[in-house]
Design a protein around this ligand. Structure first.
Ligand code: AMP
Ligand code: ZN
Length: 478
C-alpha cells in the first residue's frame, strides 16, 4: 500500500510522491515563543512527529528533512518582555523571554515523545543577508519589489495581492470577497485591503534591523518563506500546521514564495490538523480555556497525552477531557502489562503500517494495536505465523511493541511494566532544558564561571552536553 495524504489545496487524498525519495522535505510552522505552549499547540507537534517517523520508516532515517521554525520576533514577545522584565533593556528582556520559552517548548516536545526536527531555525537569524548565503527575508522582499509584487507605502513594504492572479487559492477566499468587509480607513495606504505587511518600521524602543526601507522588522509570513527555502529549496514536499494557519499565514507564505521565485507551487502537499477543543470551543490563549503542556505533565505521563491525541484522526476536532485521559491511561497500562519485558519485533505489523499510510489514520491504527493485544485464545497456542490472529502471545507482544514504537509510544527499554514507572524513571527534561538555556545566556555574556558551574550541575544529574554551531544538545551519560 502506498502512502496517501490529504492535501488542503486540492481538497483530495492523493498518493504521496516525493520530489526526491533520497531527501523527503517537510516544513511545519513552529511556536511563537512568548508564553508556555498549551495542549492545543501540542497537536501539530505530535501529528507531524508521527508523519516524520512514518516517512523515516518508509524512506530511511537519513532521507527525510524536517524543518520546524521558532518565531522569536513578534509584537506579543515585545509586550511580554516589557511586562516581565521592566528593569532590563528591551533587547535583553526579549532574549530572556524567547530563550526561556523555547527551552520550555523543547522540554514539552521531548516529554511528548517528539523527535527533534532536523533543523530548527530561528526567525531572527534570517532577517538580514547571511554569511552562508542561505535565503534571508530582506533579500526575498527586494526580489518581490523587483518583480512587481510588492510596494512601499506609509512606512511599510506591502505585498501587492492584485499582482497575483490566483491569490487566495489555498483558503478559497477570493480578493473581491475580501474587499467587501474591509475597514478602508485603517488601510488607507494600501492599494488593496488584502495587501499584507512584509516589512514595517520600528520605533527606537522596538527591535529593528537596518534595511533598504529603514530600521524595521519583518511581517510574520515572510519568515517562513525565507526559512523554508533556506533548508528545503524553492519547492518541497509537505507544508504543515494547524487549521487556523491556512489563512492568512499559509496563503500569504505561498503567495510570497511563488511570486519571488516564479514557481507554480510552494509545497506539493498542504496538511492541516484540526482543533483541540474544550466543551466544543477551540482551546486558545485568548478564550482563556487553555491548559499548558507543562501543567498537564505534572499529572499525566507525556505518553498518555500523546496517545490520547492520536486516538482522534488528525483532521477531526478533539474533545479534550480528563475522562479521555483516564481511559487512555488504562489502554497504555494494558499494553505495558501485555508486552512485559519482551523485545520489539524487527518490523511493525503490516496492517498497522498500512492503516497509518492511509492519511495517518491513527485511530484505526490504534484499534489495530488493540486487536494485536487481544489475540484469539486459539491462536495463542500456534507459533511461527505472521498474521496477527495466529500469532502466539509472545509474538503478538513483540508486534505490539514494534508497532507502537513506530508512532513514538512504548519506550524501547525493556522492564517498564506500567505507565507510572515510566514517569518516575526518566530525567526531568524540563529542568535540563532550563539549565541549558541559563548556561547559554551565561556564555553569551562571557560569564564562563557561571557557565562551567551549570555544566557541572548537569554532569551531576548524569547529563552530558555538546555544543556545536547549531546549538547545544544533551544526552544521558551511559
Ligand atoms: P501559535 O503559537 O498560536 O501560532 O500556534 C502554534 C501551532 O499550534 C499552530 O500550528 C496552530 O495552528 C496550532 N494550534 C493552536 N491552537 C490549537 C488548537 N486549539 N488545536 C490544534 N492546534 C492548535
Ligand atoms: Zn509559518
Amino acid at each position: 500500500m502506498d502512502l496517501r495524504l490529504y492535501d488542503t489545496l486540492t481538497k483530495e487524498k492523493r498518493p504521496f510522491v516525493p520530489l526526491d525519495p533520497d531527501n523527503v522535505r517537510m516544513y511545519v510552522c513552529g511556536p511563537t515563543v512568548y508564553d508556555f505552549a498549551h495542549i492545543g499547540n501540542a497537536r501539530p507537534v505530535i501529528v507531524f512527529d508521527v508523519l516524520f517517523r512514518l516517512l523515516r520508516h518508509l524512506y530511511g532515517e537519513s532521507h527525510v528533512t524536517y524543518v520546524r521554525n521558532i518565531t522569536d520576533v513578534d509584537d506579543k514577545i515585545n509586550d511580554r518582555a516589557a511586562r516581565d522584565f521592566p528593569g532590563l533593556p528591551l533587547n535583553e528582556a526579549i532574549r530572556k523571554v524567547t530563550e526561556e520559552t523555547a527551552a520550555q517548548f523543547h522540554a514539552d516536545a521531548a516529554a511528548l515523545g517528539a523527535l527533534p526536527p532536523t533543523f530548527e531555525p530561528r526567525a531572527t537569524d534570517f532577517v538580514l543577508p547571511r554569511p552562508d548565503g542561505k535565503t534571508d527575508m530582506v533579500t526575498l522582499i527586494k526580489e518581490l519589489i523587483a518583480r512587481g509584487h510588492a510596494y512601499e507605502a506609509g512606512g511599510e513594504v506591502l505585498f501587492d495581492t492584485a499582482s497575483m492572479p490566483d491569490y487566495g487559492m489555498l483558503s478559497g477566499r477570493r480578493l473581491d470577497e475580501q474587499k467587501a468587509g474591509a475597514r478602508v480607513a485603517v488601510d488607507a495606504h494600501k492599494k488593496n485591503p488584502a495587501d499584507f505587511v512584509l516589512w514595517k518600521q520600528s520605533s527606537a524602543d522596538e527591535p529593528g534591523w537596518d534595511s533598504p526601507w529603514g530600521r524595521g522588522r519583518p511581517g510574520w509570513h515572510i519568515e517562513c518563506s525565507a526559512m523554508s527555502e533556506a533548508y528545503l529549496g524553492k519547492v518541497f514536499d509537505i507544508h504543515g500546521g494547524g487549521l487556523d494557519l491556512i489563512f492568512p499565514h499559509h496563503e500569504n507564505e505561498l503567495a510570497q514564495s511563488r511570486c519571488a521565485h516564479g514557481t507554480s507551487v510552494l509545497a506539493n502537499t498542504w496538511m492541516h490538523n484540526g482543533f483541540l477543543e474544550v466543551e466544543g470551543r477551540k482551546m486558545s490563549k485568548s478564550e482563556g480555556n487553555f491548559v499548558t503542556i507543562r501543567e498537564l505533565l505534572a499529572d499525566w505521563p507525556g505518553e498518555v497525552l500523546r496517545l490520547n491525541m492520536l486516538r482522534t484522526h488528525y483532521r477531526s476536532p478533539i474533545d479534550w477531557s480528563v475522562r479521555g485521559l483516564q481511559e487512555t491511561t488504562k489502554v497504555l497500562d494494558g499494553w505495558y502489562n501485555f508486552i512485559g519485558d519482551c523485545e520489539p519485533a524487527s518490523e511493525p505489523d503490516q496492517i498497522f503500517t498500512d492503516t497509518l499510510k492511509d492519511d495517518l489514520n491513527s485511530p484505526a491504527a490504534i484499534a489495530r494495536l488493540h486487536q494485536i493485544s487481544h489475540p484469539p485464545v486459539a491462536g495463542r497456542a500456534r507459533a511461527g505465523t505472521t498474521r496477527a490472529g495466529n500469532r502466539t502471545g509472545v509474538e503478538a507482544a513483540k508486534y505490539l511493541k514494534s508497532s507502537a514504537m513506530l508512532i513514538g509510544l512504548l519506550r524501547p527499554t525493556a522492564g517498564e511494566h506500567s505507565v507510572s514507572k515510566v514517569v518516575h524513571s526518566s530525567v526531568n527534561t524540563a529542568a535540563v532544558e532550563m539549565l541549558i538555556a541559563e548556561r547559554n545566556t551565561a556564555r553569551k555574556a562571557k560569564n564562563f564561571a557561571a557557565s562551567d558551574r551549570i555544566r557541572d550541575e548537569l554532569a551531576a544529574m548524569g547529563v552530558v552536553i555538546k555544543d556545536s554551531k547549531e546549538g547545544t544538545t544533551w544526552e544521558i551519560a551511559r
